[in-house]
Design a protein around this ligand. Structure first.
Ligand code: ATP
Ligand code: MG
Length: 439
């Protein structure tokens, strides 16, 4: 029997290599580009997991044919790390030895070693395993990974517990038609539209909970803001004293994300030329007041909801008036909110709920939930739902729940808006849309 000892296997980063100028180093990665400058001198740029490292191959006595090391080969280059002001990281590796770890079987379908990835969105998505290797594409998802991480970091810092809830569910929380059905050993079940019921159940256990996970929406259309599977960053908290507690926690979370992102992803933000917004506080406007503002500039068909243009009109107005890219819209009409939404005791026509709009697009819906058993049962009946179908959910109300609420924040929507992407599909590694389930 052999023993496996713990070893961290850390990777060499450019900043660590730079500290080793004057010594022999080793870099492993894919050949990103070979630039032959003369018959016995060329640059080989190695793409590591995050960076491009400049290596120089000199002298015919090495008898290394640089053409062997064309794009896609995985190599380990060994050589002296030397200072080089003209190199992007301020050093380069003067190669003494190259070991080829693996060779591709074919040429890449398009070049990923240009500054811009000059292919259309469909080709990009068809060849996702390759197109994602482009530094610009990769940067989007490095930033997205950091956003999700920072969302969790902000919440766990203030006592939230991370949970993992099932995605195969018996009852859809949001209701409506956009739910995928599934045959589950002969029973009809659904793919979760949100972790709503489960996160509420967990408020009774941990008080404050969050989850980042997939949710499924059978939206029968393709738009620049809808996916059929997306990552929802959710939290739920109780006891609360008002639904504004939830908006305050979201503001704190977003500020944490925006403050910390440059520390973690400066390289990627610079590569994508992104200027992040700055949040001190976020203005809030009542839904009814928002409608008055919007109708001055845009004809709306449904006065109980904000369509895509309404969101843009309102955001433009807020930006002009107070300079904020973000705006909370509160007190949405009860008819447009789910059965678990708490109505305003002063006006049951509206709910203690909100959306957060960012730069013309809804990125969050949240609000206070009903915690009282008879109130919830009565509302289900009013909506034509049978409370017996919700027996397991209603246990929380029956056996006592604090006043509570929470929200869902779409990770891809936030990424799209922060990075100024045209379509939400660009902010998803492997988007699922009506016409796309591969790769
Ligand atoms: P919309 O009105 O824009 O279709 P919604 O109000 O139906 O969205 P919610 O149920 O409120 O969506 O979902 C909460 C959040 O999840 C949204 O604010 C958004 O960030 C994200 N989201 C909702 N639907 C989608 C989708 N189909 N694709 C990507 N993200 C979504
Ligand atoms: Mg919504």
């Amino acid at each position: 029997m052999e023993l496996v000892t713990p070893k961290a296997h850390t990777r060499q980063t450019a900043s660590e290599l730079k500290k080793q100028v004057g010594t022999e180093v080793q870099v492993t990665g894919a050949v990103y580009r070979v630039r032959e400058l003369s018959s016995n001198f060329c640059f080989i740029i190695i793409r590591t997991d995050r960076e491009l490292i400049q290596c120089k191959l000199e002298g015919s006595e090495h008898r290394i044919d640089p053409r062997q090391y064309a794009e896609g080969n995985y190599i380990t280059a060994t050589g002296r790390c030397v200072e080089e002001k003209k190199s992007p990281h301020g050093f380069e590796i003067s190669i003494q030895k190259i070991e080829v770890l693996s060779k591709p079987a074919a040429e890449m379908p398009f070049s990923i070693n240009q500054r811009e990835l000059n292919i259309g969105l469909d080709i990009n998505l068809d060849a996702r395993p390759i197109s994602l290797r482009h530094p610009g594409q990769r940067a989007i998802f490095k930033i997205q990974a950091a956003i999700a991480e920072l969302f969790g970091e902000a919440l766990s810092d203030i006592g939230f517990t991370k949970i993992h809830t099932p995605k195969i569910v018996f009852a859809g929380a949001e209701g409506g038609a956009n739910v995928f059905c599934l045959d589950y050993f002969g029973r009809k079940v659904f793919l979760a539209q949100s972790p709503q019921f489960y996160k509420q159940m967990m408020v009774g256990v941990f008080g404050r909970v969050y989850e980042s996970g997939p949710v499924f929406r059978a939206e029968p259309h393709e738009t620049a803001r809808h996916l059929n599977e997306y990552t929802s960053m959710d939290f739920e908290m109780g006891p609360i004293s008002s639904f504004t507690d939830i908006m305050e926690v979201e503001t704190y979370c977003l500020r944490h994300i925006l403050n910390r992102l440059p520390e973690i992803c400066l390289t990627e933000l610079e590569l994508l030329k992104v200027t992040l917004p700055y949040i001190i506080e976020i203005p809030a406007i009542r839904f009814s007041d928002a409608i008055e503002i919007i109708t001055k500039k845009h004809t709306i068909t449904d006065r109980d909801d904000l369509d895509a243009t309404s969101e843009q009109v309102l955001c433009k107005h807020v930006k002009q008036e107070i300079g904020s890219d973000f705006v909370f819209v509160t007190h949405y009409p009860t008819t447009k909110r789910p059965v678990y939404a708490m109505e305003d005791p002063n006006n049951p026509e509206v709910t203690l709920s909100f959306d957060l709009l960012y730069n013309g697009l809804e990125i969050t819906t949240g609000g206070q939930r009903i915690h009282d058993y008879s109130m919830q049962v009565e509302k289900m009946k009013r909506r034509g739902l049978n409370p017996e179908d919700f027996e397991s959910y209603l246990q929380i109300h029956k056996y006592g729940m604090p006043p509570h609420g929470g929200l869902g924040l779409g990770l891809e929507r936030l990424t799209k808006q922060l990075l100024g992407l045209q379509s939400i599909k660009e902010a998803c590694l492997f988007p699922r849309t009506m016409n796309r389930v591969t790769p």
